[in-house]
Write a protein that binds this ligand. Sequence first.
Ligand code: ADP
Ligand code: MG
Length: 324
Amino acid sequence: MGQKVLELHKITKVYTMGDAQVYALKGVDLEISAGEMVSIMGPSGCGKSTLLHIAGCLDKPTSGMVRIGGKDVTAMDDNQLARIRNRHIGFIFQTFNLLPHENALNNVIVPIQYSGLSRKQGMEAAKRALQAVGLGDRMYHRPNELSGGQRQRVAIARAIVNEPSIILADEPTGSLDWQSSREVMGILQRLNGQGRTIVIVTHDREIARYARRIVELRDGKVIADRKIDSVVVPDRELERAGKDVRVRPGLQVCVRCSYANRPRARFCSNCGFSLRVTPEQSSTIIRRMLGMTIPCPACGTNNRPFAKFCINCGEPMENALKAG
Ligand code: ADP
Ligand code: MG
């Protein structure tokens, strides 16, 4: 396991409201290592957001110690904390928190303005971040011209633009439909695969299972902290079928029947389908197997399943398989 990037030690948080005191956190210990993806789960009001805000230096604990990248941040002043946040931490919120009158690019560039990069370097970093979340063609759209899932992807791009080592997400799928939630979790898994540490707060058990470690919070305390050996993997093809698959890392999911195969198998041991085809190629192969017509990639004319050349334009139909 990697170095510890986030350490919370005996954290308490008490909110005072008039005469009343709310004990939001009652002594939380939590250590997160570099490269981990962790879900913090628990019912509404149990202290999840409070914990995430303290971990991300957006708020200070009443008592206890916070270390980020090995550095004790508990006694730092607001300016020092702002610098730590800007350099090390990316935030994603349930309601996206985008500037409504600015386009995607200008939204993503916001954190760069405090990082010392030039406007031109910032623009390039922002474009790269938007491309990384699949929004290369939506850079000049404003939030109200984007779907909920796309807005959250803009927010993810903003969170990663400064290349922070830690990404903290508070109910990132809480405002999204089922499909967009899976897309967003897929992106977070991919970012984690690239080495970023990711902490997701959620009250949704299904969403929590996209992470390999689940910490359960109840009434301001950690009541469980466990590793799971089967994470949920969102796969576009399977999403269309309306289900998730749980696979152990390394197993290959058959694009035709969803069976999880051994890591080095070449053909699905359930249905015999090739495991070397991409989901895009599979639709052409499946159409062939079912005897359905196949559209020519060049002109779109429907051809017999095993036609070698298109009856309309004469292009080789093998290209249909290559193009998907
Ligand atoms: P969760 O994110 O799990 O729903 P929160 O961390 O938002 O929980 O809240 C934990 C508890 O602290 C709740 O009882 C909530 O009402 C209280 N709380 C949160 N923020 C404040 C605040 N700024 N002032 C007073 N009480 C708060
Ligand atoms: Mg909350």
